[in-house]
Every structure is written in structure tokens, then in C-alpha cells.
Design a protein around this ligand. Structure first.
Ligand code: AMP
Length: 398
């Protein structure tokens, strides 16, 4: 069933209650990265140009139900106003009489941002009274906060109980479109690349993707738990003892499916994690004692690149090595490069997950993928095949 989007509604003269994710990194009241603000602009601008007025709401950080002045959304209202070239009115509370009164006479084409929803514990508890109060501010609910959709909070699942239609903004609709296509109907060959530190955080996604992909390429620290499970010597590389059994189980599932899962064939190893330390490239079964694998090697890069370049859709979650240290960023960079190449040819290259999205941006691939998912936990849960509460709560297209 397709979910309604802002393209399915007539917003003229309507008042929109819009959940956004303005959970931006802040330092001393200054916004360090405004990606989350910028990525909601298409939806906000579209609704404004249709003649709507907007009541925006978001969380910021974890104030745990208390007013924490450092976690005020006030600086965001200012930044948003600059992008929209208009005044964005900021209300210092998201509920209460004053808020209600201030919103009473909201004119067409106006934008209001409410204070941090999580200053009230009712938000995370999905309190019905709180949700009802927030829903009283408008006639249509728009959710553009994909990255918060795995949480059954009042502003995510409570409000749409009271306002219909409840529709997806463009950012949200794009996430559903790209991640959904990969799970339901991926152009083939479909290759998934899963890396990062731990197997334990990716078990569900590995299990869900295995039957759907043509190839599953493993990289990052988690590769060593697989190798150790297979009885290989991994030196001082990262290992999750608790996940050895599960790693073996996943390996056996892959074997039953014709060996879809590929492990690195070589690694860049070092004794320490810094850019000056001596490095060596070794075969996967030759990691010396006292050395740790910190990136995939050239042989693996070549093997994985061939798979990616032959694919029509690719999904990546998790870096291939410790990309934060330049010396161990080469594997991740090379994989992004081949993903960018297939994206440029019109095929689908999607990066999902918080760390992977920042890796793509910091290595210069921010605008070279078909789609970079804004949701960390949410995109992982989506790719695990779970129904996200915030998506389930939206109105279906009749
Ligand atoms: P995740 O959040 O699970 O995607 O993990 C991302 C983190 O994995 C990054 O901070 C990387 O530095 C780390 N990582 C990648 N490869 C390795 C490795 N070979 N050993 C230790 N950590 C790694």
C-alpha cells in the first residue's frame, strides 16, 4: 500500500502540523551542521508556495522531559528563516495556553517553529493528551522526520491518530522510495555492502538482505568475527566473541544460498591506529600476531569493485575500515568511487546509516550517490525489514 505524500493533498489555505528532524549538532548555541535543516526545505517551500501556513516541531538531543536551555531550538528558527528569506516565529513552548493563543491567528504563508518537543516527557511516552494538543494546531499532518520514524513518540505516531490526512514530506517520501525499492524490487544484480565495527548491530540487516541480494560484500571490523568463526587467525583485529556463533550461522545460511556472502581476501594491517604507523598488506589467512586489520586490501578492493560495477543497484551500510584515519580510508573511498560511478550511469547507489552517511560526505561523495539516507537507526531498521511506526501511521493512498 502506497503512503500519501504532500503531492496527494491540496494545501492551499490549510494549516500544516509538520514534524521535522532538526536534531542538529550544536556547540555553544551554534549549529555545526545544518544538513537536516536544508533537507526539509523542498517540503517547506512547496507547502508555502501552495498557500499553507506551517507549524513545525522537532526534538533536539536528549533533555529527558526537562527544559535544558542548551537544547533550545531557537537558533534553528533563525537559521531556517535565513534559508527561507522570511521570519520564522519561534514559540518557547510546544504546548500550553500561550502557544495555543499565539497560533490562533496564524496567517497564510507563515512559518512557526515550536520549542523542543522532548522538554516534555509526554513526547517520548506517546501521551495521548499531549499528542491531541499538538494535533489541534492544524488540519493536515506532514511527517518529514524519517530519522525519527523508528520511535513511537507522540509527534510521530500520536498526532496522526487525530489529524487526517497524515502524509509524508519529500524527504520522507524519498527515503521510502529508495530504501523500499531496494527491499521490494531492486534492479539486478543487487549488491549490498555491509561494514562497520560490529556484527552484533547488523545481524538483522544481514539476515534480511541475504535472501534479497545477489551478492553481499563484508568489510570493516566485522569481517574478523566472521574469519574467527571460520577458525582463522586474526591477530589483534577487532573481534566480538559473543557474536561468533551468529556469524557462523549467517555464513551457513549464505552457503546454502550458493555462497552469496563474500569476505575480504586481504587486509591492510598495522600495530597501531594512527597515520604514521607502519602498515602491511596481508592475505586474509596471514594476519600476524600483534597486528590488526584496519582496512580492506587492494585485492579485496579489486574484487568488490568488479561486483559493484556490474550491479544495477547497490546498498552500503558501514565503512570498510577506520576511515576516520586517512591511512585506513582507502578501502571505503574506493568502494564509494565505484558506487558513484554506477550512480552516474543512472543505476541506484544508496548509502544508509549515520556513520556511513558522514563517511560519504567527509570523503567527498556527499552529492555523488543516488541517495544518502538521513536516518541512522531508522534506515537500518527499515533495511532489517521492520515496519517503522512513523511510516505505518501515515494515511494510505485510497
Ligand atoms: P558502524 O557504526 O557499525 O557502521 O561502525 C563504524 C565504525 O567502524 C567506524 O567508526 C570505523 O572506524 C569502524 N571500523 C571500520 N573498520 C574497522 C576495523 N577494521 N577495526 C575497527 N574498527 C573499524
Amino acid at each position: 500500500m502506497r503512503k500519501m505524500t504532500v503531492d496527494d493533498i491540496d494545501a492551499s489555505n490549510k494549516r500544516i502540523v509538520m514534524r521535522v528532524d532538526f536534531n542538529v549538532p550544536m556547540q555553544d548555541g551554534e549549529i555545526m551542521d545544518d544538513t537536516r535543516i536544508v533537507s526539509t526545505l523542498p517540503t517547506i517551500e512547496h507547502l508555502l508556495s501552495s498557500g499553507a501556513s506551517l507549524v513545525l516541531m522537532s526534538h533536539l538531543g536528549r533533555p529527558k522531559g526537562k527544559v535544558v536551555p542548551e537544547l533550545s531550538l531557537s537558533p534553528v528558527a533563525e537559521a531556517l528563516g535565513e534559508y527561507l528569506n522570511m521570519k520564522v516565529k519561534f514559540l518557547p513552548n510546544c504546548i500550553g495556553k500561550r502557544t495555543k493563543d499565539a497560533l490562533k491567528n496564524l496567517e497564510k504563508h507563515r512559518v512557526v517553529l515550536l520549542e523542543n518537543l522532548r522538554f516534555h516527557s509526554e513526547e517520548e511516552k506517546n501521551d495521548p493528551k499531549f499528542a491531541k494538543e499538538l494535533s489541534s494546531y492544524g488540519d493536515i499532518y506532514v511527517n518529514d522526520a524519517f530519522s525519527a520514524c523508528h520511535r513511537a513518540h507522540a509527534s510521530i505516531v500520536g498526532i496522526p491518530q487525530y489529524i487526517k490526512p497524515a502524509v509524508a514530506g519529500y524527504l520522507m517520501a524519498n527515503e521510502i522510495k529508495f530504501l523500499g525499492t531496494l527491499l521490494e524490487n531492486p534492479p539486478r544484480p543487487f549488491v549490498a555492502i555491509i561494514g562497520g565495527a560490529k556484527v552484533s548491530t547488523k545481524i538483522a540487516v544481514l539476515k534480511n538482505l541475504l535472501p534479497k541480494v545477489d551478492k553481499l560484500l563484508i568489510g570493516g571490523g566485522m569481517a574478523f568475527t566472521f574469519l574467527a568463526a571460520l577458525g582463522l587467525e586474526i591477530g589483534d583485529s577487532l573481534i566480538e566473541e559473543d557474536a561468533l556463533k551468529t556469524a557462523m550461522e549467517i555464513w551457513l545460511i549464505s552457503e546454502q544460498m550458493g555462497g552469496k556472502m563474500m569476505l575480504p581476501v586481504d587486509f591492510l594491517v598495522a600495530k597501531e591506529i594512527n597515520s604514521d604507523t607502519p602498515v602491511r598488506t596481508v592475505e586474509y589467512d596471514q594476519i600476524p600476531q600483534g597486528w590488526k586489520g584496519l582496512d580492506i586490501g587492494q585485492g579485496t578492493i579489486q574484487l568488490y569493485t568488479e561486483e559493484i560495477l556490474a550491479a544495477k543497484s547497490v546498498f552500503l551500510n558501514g565503512p570498510m575500515g577506520i576511515f576516520e584515519v586517512e591511512r585506513f580510508a582507502e578501502g571505503t573511498r574506493a568502494i564509494f568511487e565505484s558506487m558513484a560511478e554506477i550512480a552516474a550511469r543512472g543505476n541506484i547507489a544508496v548509502v544508509g546509516g549515520g556513520d556511513s552517511a558522514s563517511a560519504a560526505k567527509s570523503l567527498g561523495f556527499g552529492d555523488k550517490m543516488t541517495h544518502i539516507s538521513t536516518g541512522g537507526g531508522a534506515s537500518l531498521e527499515f533495511m532489517e525489514g521492520k515496519e517503522l511506526p512513523g511510516i505505518a501511521a501515515l494515511s494510505d493512498v485510497e
